[in-house]
Design a protein around this ligand. Sequence first.
Ligand code: CS2
Length: 459
Amino acid sequence: MRLGLAALTDATRPLITPGDAGTGIVHFGLGAFHRAHQAVYTEEAMAKGGGDWGTVGVAPHSTGVLDALRAQDGLFSVTSLSADGSETRVVGALSGLLHAHSQPDEVVALIASAAVRVVTLTITEKGYAQGAAVPALLARALHARCRADAGPIALVTCDNLPSNGRYLRAVMERIVDPGAREWLAAQVSFPGTMVDRIVPAATPESLALAAANLGMDDLAAVSAEPYRQWVIEDAFPGGRPAWELAGAVMTDDARPWERLKLRSLNGVHSALAYLGALAGRETIADALAIPGMRELMSRLIAEDIAPSLTPPEGVTVTEYGESVLGRFANPAMGHRTVQVAMDGSQKLPQRVLHTIQDRRAAGAVPTWALLVVAAWMRFVQGSADDGRPLLLDDPLAGRIRARLADGGSTPEAVVDSLLGLREVFPAELAEDDAVRAGLVKWLATLDKHGVEATVAGAV
Ligand code: CS2
């Protein structure tokens, strides 16, 4: 049997049944993260606080998840995984499904309708690049909403970018029709957010576990850690779901949370991804188990990251960082190092380079953060420590390979070639002798001894 409205039983019934609530949200990006994060919050907020906040999910490009969800009346399950076991529940937040590529007019018409008052996005870092499809479609939709005079709306990015709300505002201001600019300034808000939940890509094993727990197949099932957090700037001129009833923190400035999370969760995640992939470790938990690695990550957090930022009130960076390491050690997650390693050129700046820049501005040399960048530089060359090939999945892969091919293969030459990628490394970093020397030293050590010996010898 397959999950769907007709298959629901008392044990599998979601908090909200699709069709019971009207649509108030359009969401771009049907990836696992959305299903295990915003969908869960919104469903719970509707169950506790009411409102017509059903979400029409829009798949930007591929149709795999879309087709699976359509065949299940928009229903999917979320399995929380911990060392003690797993728990699966069906989520009914999705009130409709669209494919941006083949149904752009439907997407535009929906966002131009008064019922929709919130648009959320999980389109990954590279989804906001110049010429990218979703921002272009959003610009068309905002113009249509302006002409329809359909009222104010909030555009909420849930991607791991610094000052993400302000960033999305700048993107939209640049590309929206000039005739809609004034309306945009007056009627559209761009609340910043910090989103957090570790959600690995589905695997045959995770789908089998969901099926066993549900007693039926769910081809859109996602698995995630039990922990979740959402900090949202409370700027919703057309109203919003009562997300605080589902545990979200409403604030007037999400940036301290966002900076804390980007540097001490995502930055450390990327560190484990590159070091772990080079050492042939399949998962983040395996990477953390390399002898000396946990101590090295604690030092990265305490010595480089903590002094680089002012945390939100009441939070201690080292305590936050240690709890993150505990989450990374969750043995049930199976989060693959190569998944987190993906799109490094888009992730490194806000996750690691900003830490280095802030420490350099204070006159310090953040040695552990430099090791992370050196590990990325070794990773993008395409071989693990045992010589096995590592796939470079990155929108700048072509540029990275071309720069490496033009330069030599000594650590000095590789560091110089890659520091020349201005899209990744700002001139202030690339021209900093202490940064260059630190990178050359670490890359030479990694080349010569491999990750395991480097880590064991470093701490
Ligand atoms: C990860 C994030 O894939 C990655 O780059 O660092 O997806 C991470 O799991 C989430 O941001 C956790 O909230």
